[in-house]
Write a protein that binds this ligand. Structure first.
Ligand code: GTP
Ligand code: MG
Length: 195
């Protein structure tokens, strides 16, 4: 999709605030600081539509971005950030679960994992959770500009092995810095949001 028109429709913390039209939605989940907001910005060719930060825990609400009045990208708070209080983490978890398990127009989930490391326990739990709810998943290995080109195949294997990857899903390496993988991510998004 060629994107010119993007706006933040709402930062929601509860169901009643979700947009009330029936456009397809794609959620972006992953560990805090893994690059969710940066991926969204790269996909829509904006520098700072989705707020990014080197400090983990920047995104604290479900942010619904209206893409060309055709679909929504939903930027989700990151998981696994130790410095967020236990109470706040439990609140995030409830908010994210409510969204992922009840939203009829959710067509698929982009789960981001860091290309430089083996998937964490939280990454593995999240992936299993999405599979349990039968959600189509695109796993994106982020920050691949930090990985030597010659290691890309082995990184892909490491991520798939660590997640016990379901062959029905797709894995794509990505860099928000260089745009590597952007077309492939869009191809997956287009295929999963057709109306
Ligand atoms: P939370 O909102 O806290 O959950 O984080 P997030 O997942 O939205 O991460 P964000 O996009 O804010 O990026 C976190 C940091 O990683 C920032 O300093 C980004 O500049 C950096 N970053 C994100 N993507 C890439 C990438 O592809 N390559 C490199 N080198 N750095 C990246
Ligand atoms: Mg963010």
């Amino acid at each position: 999709m060629k994107v010119n028109d993007v706006s933040l429709t709402i930062s929601a913390v509860q169901k009643a605030q979700y947009p009330d039209d029936a456009r397809p939605e794609i959620a972006f989940v992953g560990r805090s600081n893994v690059g969710k907001s940066s991926l969204i910005n790269r996909l829509i060719n904006r520098k700072a539509m989705a707020r990014t930060s080197s400090v983990p825990g920047k995104t604290q609400t479900l942010n619904f971005y209206n893409i060309e009045s055709q679909l929504y990208f939903v930027d989700v708070p990151g998981y696994g950030y130790a410095k967020v209080s236990k109470t706040a983490r439990a609140k995030f978890a409830t908010m994210i679960e409510e969204y992922l398990t009840t939203r009829a127009q959710l067509r698929g989930v982009v789960q981001l994992v860091d290309s430089r490391h083996e998937p964490s326990d939280d990454d593995i739990s999240m992936y299993q959770y999405l599979k349990y709810y039968k959600l189509p998943v695109l796993v994106v290995g982020t920050k691949v500009d930090k990985v030597a080109k010659t290691r890309r195949n082995s990184v892909e294997r490491m991520l798939k092995q660590g997640l016990d990857f379901n062959p029905a899903d797709t894995l794509q390496l990505f860099s928000a810095e260089t745009g590597f993988g952007k077309d492939e991510v869009w191809a997956w998004l287009d295929a999963h949001t057709e109306v």
